[in-house]
Design a protein around this ligand. Structure first.
Ligand SMILES: [Fe+2]
Length: 215
């Protein structure tokens, strides 16, 4: 093993490119904690297969290709999002966003949050129902593609942020807890132009235990 490693290094130091250096790190498509049809009828199997299997996979592939040989190659996803711009930011942001998005759902989801998160929601928004209303309004009023997030600051104070395109609250020093994707690819197959209906239905599949852990 050691000699193999040395020979690889020698070949590379001679400038030859026929031997491929092992990738030091690459991002992978996040695994879904449910089946593709598990979130129906809120999100269809077809949308999950397109959104997770095609859109997110493309962001992951793009990111891995873009960071190769750059200062971002060995950084965590969150640090890349904080430090990059342009194409690397767009793809890293979308990988981070979708990793949070797809892992916050469950076929057994819905209901209301509990514990400290529930208390913080009450403090920030008056009630859970009012929080839902403000969150949906933020999502429906966002022009074009983007995300609406529930985020916390360093003191645990909650706020709703609207982010265009690949934006994520980490760039504002906040921790994202819950995100609704308002890109058309998230809902057009199932809801066409009815974004508000889609956002309202997402509450039925939120796994609050996941969101509470992020808090
Ligand atoms: Fe998306």
């Amino acid at each position: 093993m050691i000699s193999l490693f040395l020979s690889v290094v020698l070949i590379l130091s001679n400038g030859q490119t026929t031997v491929k250096k092992e990738k030091s790190m690459s991002f992978e498509l996040v695994k879904l904690p449910y089946t593709a049809e598990g979130l129906e009828p809120v999100i269809s199997k077809q949308t999950i297969e397109l959104h997770h299997g095609k859109h997110l996979q493309t962001y992951v592939n793009n990111l891995n290709n873009l960071i190769q040989g750059t200062q971002f190659e060995n950084l965590s996803l969150e640090v890349i999002v904080k430090k990059s711009d342009g194409a690397i930011f767009n793809n890293a942001g979308q990988v981070l966003n979708h990793n949070l998005y797809f892992t916050q759902f469950s076929p057994l989801g819905g209901g209301v949050p509990s514990g400290k998160l529930a208390e913080a929601i009450h403090v920030a928004f008056g009630s859970f129902e009012n929080f839902q209303k403000e969150f949906e309004t933020a999502g429906t009023s966002l022009f074009g593609s983007g995300w609406v997030w529930l985020a916390k600051d360093n003191d645990g104070k909650l706020s709703i942020t609207k982010e265009t395109n690949a934006g994520n609250p980490v760039t504002k020093g906040l921790t994202p807890l819950l995100g609704f994707d308002v890109w058309e690819h998230a809902y057009y197959v199932d809801y066409q132009n009815r974004r508000a209906d889609h956002l309202k239905s997402l509450w039925k599949i939120i796994d609050w235990s996941v969101v509470e852990k992020r808090y």
